[in-house]
Design a protein around this ligand. Structure first.
Ligand SMILES: Nc1ncnc2c1ncn2[C@@H]1O[C@H](COP(=O)(O)OP(=O)(O)O)[C@@H](O)[C@H]1O
Ligand SMILES: [Mg+2]
Length: 260
């Protein structure tokens, strides 16, 4: 059965997409024999935009979720050093999920149902989910589906409220569902190591969540991360400075997941 991990934050620009892409690519490189699926649940189509792909006939995540259909020509694929990484891209149709599902049952657990029925969970070893910052029906489906979440944060004045937003959401879910995802950890992203304010914010997070939530080693601010996206590649293909940091992060995630 696939291990399912989502990058979640109700704030935009915290590197959810960058982290999802580079974690998925990192898993494929560190575990070349495993099958990895990166799912784009952001109606903006962030992963599609990242790799500059067009949907055409290949599998559309929105169609899969809403109608249960899967295209015969399979998923989009990206080559990594570890082999092909499968991408489940989405169309704008996902933006009208609420209307599309009006009156239908299991709206909050539709993703779990579709994944189970399609057998995708059995085919893949890892399913990585990129999310949108909106707390709506789509993200509720993500949270009822995944085993674990990673919370990426920027080291600004909003990092604590952003984290607390996700935590309180999980607390609310606990009242209604038997199972809520584990928190693998908080990933500080785009750290400017010359900024004492950012280093202070990082230290503040470590103190605040000590013994409660793992704070992963931060990903430094690196123009190479943006450059990789512009070149439509994972950072490992360009071997930028943040590559080693994301590689280490991937190793930590694998360690953590073996305990989930
Ligand atoms: N470590 C980093 N250093 C520099 N820029 C980064 C880094 N991580 C992400 N970015 C850039 O920050 C912007 C927002 O990242 P993105 O992954 O799209 O965030 P989100 O999905 O949370 O909205 C993008 O332009 C991305 O290239
Ligand atoms: Mg995004």
């Amino acid at each position: 059965m696939a291990k399912k991990i989502a990058c979640v934050s109700f704030k935009g620009g915290v590197a959810k997409t960058s982290t999802s892409v580079n974690l998925a690519a990192g898993l494929k490189i560190q575990r070349p024999d495993s099958k990895v699926l990166l799912v784009d649940t952001d109606p903006q189509g962030s992963v599609r935009a990242y790799f500059g792909l067009r949907l055409k006939d290949k599998a559309d995540f929105a169609g899969f979720l809403i109608d249960g259909t899967l295209a015969n020509d399979g998923f989009h694929q990206i080559k990594t050093d570890g082999g092909d990484l499968d991408l489940f891209l989405t169309s704008k149709r996902l933006a009208s999920l609420e209307q599309e599902l009006a009156g239908k049952p299991k709206q909050d657990e539709l993703l779990s149902v579709r994944m189970r029925k399609s057998g995708l969970e059995k085919i893949f070893d890892y399913i990585i989910v990129d999310t949108s910052p909106a707390m709506g029906l789509m993200n509720l489906n993500v949270l009822t589906f995944v085993d674990a979440i990673i919370i990426p944060v920027n080291l600004d004045a909003f990092s604590v409220p952003t984290i607390e937003g996700v935590l309180s959401n999980l607390e609310t879910l606990k009242e209604f569902y038997d199972k809520v995802p584990d928190i693998l950890g908080i990933l500080p992203t785009r750290l400017d190591s010359r900024s004492s304010a950012e280093k202070g914010a990082l230290e503040g997070l470590r103190v605040r969540y000590a013994n409660k939530i793992k704070i992963f080693d931060p990903i430094g601010s690196d123009a190479g991360v943006k450059r990789a996206a512009v070149k439509k590649q994972s950072i490992y293909d360009l071997n930028v400075r943040a590559s080693a940091q994301y590689e280490m992060f991937t190793t930590r995630v694998l360690e953590q997941m073996s305990g989930v």
